[in-house]
Design a protein around this ligand. Structure first.
Ligand SMILES: [Zn+2]
Length: 378
């Protein structure tokens, strides 16, 4: 996605801004300084408008952070770690490291963000209505209050991965008990809303450019179309991932593993390992045996890291990754659990063990081939 910068930490969660955030920050400041503020507070200097516009834009993004912290707070209560909160061009996202443990948790985590936005919106608009203060503050509260209400409302659109779509998924999940199917269904609704928003935005742009609608609607239409496109593509990605996970959850490691596994003796020279195994057998890595025991795993990258002039003088045991429990799985694991283990532990292959013996080898390539043969696109 490109670079992001950490700007702080709340509840131990790093808060980051993505490069694309500066674009929308600049746009919001500009439109406040040249449009909204001169209109509601006439007669101030340009530098005042820009200063106030920048401050208001920062507070708007502060509202987005509070919305994401709402999700994060509930997720943390369910002991789901939050990787980071990122602000980017379309708002914010709190990255959870795990899925919710059940439909109720999913619902509460999803609804917490919009609840924070509605509460903030209510408080700010309540202040406007009740507190008698300067015009400048009233304009700011009015702006922040209505943006928070809009933020809450927009996120309640029931298309995954928006918050409303997560609420929908929680409901479908509770209804059918099938998490991946619920994700697929809620994502399909997300694609539908993405399409609708995209067409609506396009209609506004066309209407404004042909003079049927007021000109400023064109900019809004372009924005709506972009958001629609973003929703459509992320919903499509979520649906594909859910399909893939469902296929892998039903398969066992035994279905996806290679049963004829070549192993390398630990005392073999690296030069011989390359000439007799890596090149002729075409595998990316091998389990390493010593006196009938598995002692490590050696991969192309380990060979690469060694200067070629040393290949005849080093043995496989000198360059292999020593054996660790992260490298093995049991026959009863699902293919999905094996894939998640490889991703988590940064492994490309796992030994499938049965009664202390090597029964097979699961690799990322093997899982990809399994999915390909079943017509599931990765
Ligand atoms: Zn949200």
């Amino acid at each position: 996605m490109g670079p992001d910068w950490q700007i702080g930490r709340v509840f131990g969660i790093p808060i980051k801004v993505h490069l694309s955030w500066f674009l929308v920050f600049g746009f919001v400041t500009w439109s406040l300084a040249t449009g909204y503020l001169p209109e509601v507070l006439p007669g101030l200097s340009a530098s005042r408008y820009w200063g106030m516009g920048g401050t208001a834009a920062l507070l708007l993004f502060g509202s987005v952070v509070l919305h994401e912290l709402g999700h994060s707070y509930v997720a943390l209560r369910y002991r789901i770690p939050i990787e980071q909160i990122t602000l980017f061009i379309f708002g914010g996202v709190a990255q959870m490291r795990r899925e919710a443990p059940g439909p109720k948790a999913e619902f509460l985590i999803a609804i917490a963000g919009p609840l924070v936005s509605f509460t903030l919106g209510g408080i700010l608009l309540g202040l406007v209505a009740t507190v008698n203060t300067g015009q400048g503050l009233v304009a700011l509260w009015l702006l922040l209050g209505s943006v928070n209400l809009q933020l809450g409302l927009f996120n309640l659109i029931p298309g995954f991965p928006l918050d409303g779509g997560r609420v929908l998924r929680a409901g479908l999940w509770a209804w059918s008990g099938n998490y991946h199917r619920a994700t697929r269904q809620a994502s399909l609704v997300g694609q539908g809303f993405g399409l609708v928003l995209g067409l609506l935005g396009l209609g506004l742009v066309l209407g404004a450019s042909t003079g049927l609608m007021p000109g400023p609607l064109a900019a809004n239409g372009g924005w709506v179309a972009l958001i629609g496109l973003f929703l459509f593509s992320s919903a499509k990605g979520s649906r594909r991932q859910a399909t893939l996970k469902a296929a892998l959850e039903q398969a066992s490691v035994v279905d996806v593993m290679a049963r004829e596994v070549a192993t390398l003796p630990a005392d073999l020279s690296v030069a011989d390992a390359v000439a007799q195994h890596f090149l002729p057998q075409g595998h990316g890595g091998f389990p390493v045996m010593d006196e009938g025991r598995l002692v490590g795993m050696v991969a192309v990258q380990d060979v690469q890291a060694l200067s070629q002039s040393l290949w005849p003088w080093r043995r496989v045991r000198d360059i292999m990754q020593p054996w660790s429990p992260a490298m093995e799985t049991g026959r009863d694991a699902s293919a999905l659990a094996a894939l998640e283990q490889m991703q988590r532990e940064d492994q490309d292959r796992l030994a499938v063990m049965e009664n202390g013996q090597l029964a097979g080898l699961v690799t990322r390539d093997g899982i990809a081939r399994f999915l390909q043969l079943r017509g599931v696109r990765m």
